[in-house]
Design a protein. Structure first.
Length: 186
């Protein structure tokens, strides 16, 4: 069987590992939630790869005034946490609101490896939650945010995966832009 392989790291060496969705079902995750699990696990793997050897001196650089690598890492973790909380039909805690407010703030003392580790733990928590999600509840009503925007359980879970992958793409572009900027300064 032939596989389409993805670029594994910033040195653009080809990975011998097929994408997560091509490796089969995630054990314990209900069939209808497999795409969510695959997307979140793929995001986690790509982020670990992209961030390998990233120089923390550039974690908060905002190329062309755009979001920094640090922001993307914090935001992806926060989005997964918040949307999966709403999926449980729970409001956000004060700690989650504090994290949301801090997502865009530069934190010079934090290392990229700390952010990647926190994001990896969040993905694993999301996968655990998916394993405990009853497929018969996927169309149950859920509400987003303080405004209680109506959605469904599957809507929240799908959006968590989709939003995560969108920011993974933005993260990759940001890393490339930062590396080009660093090279131009030499």
């Amino acid at each position: 069987m032939e596989y389409v392989y993805y670029i594994c790291n910033m040195s653009e060496q080809l990975s011998l590992k097929p994408e997560v969705w091509m490796r089969g079902p995630v054990p314990g995750v209900p069939p209808l939630l497999q795409p969510v699990a695959h997307a979140l696990l793929q995001a986690g793997e790509e982020i670990v790869s992209y961030m390998d050897s990233f120089d923390d001196a550039y974690l908060w650089v905002q190329p062309a005034g755009r979001a920094s690598v640090g922001f993307h890492l914090q935001h992806i973790r926060g989005v997964i946490d918040r949307l999966f909380t709403y999926a449980l039909a729970q409001p956000l805690s004060e700690q989650q609101f504090e994290y949301l407010r801090a997502e865009s703030q530069e934190t010079p003392s934090i290392r990229s490896s700390d952010l990647v580790d926190a994001l990896t733990r969040q993905v694993q928590a999301a996968i655990s939650q998916l394993k405990n999600t009853d497929e018969t509840t996927l169309t149950d009503a859920r509400y987003l945010g303080r405004k209680r925007i109506p959605t469904t359980l599957i809507g929240l879970l799908f959006h968590a995966a989709e939003h995560t992958m969108r920011h993974v793409g933005q993260l990759l572009v940001t890393i490339k832009l930062v590396s080009l900027w660093v090279d131009s300064q030499r």
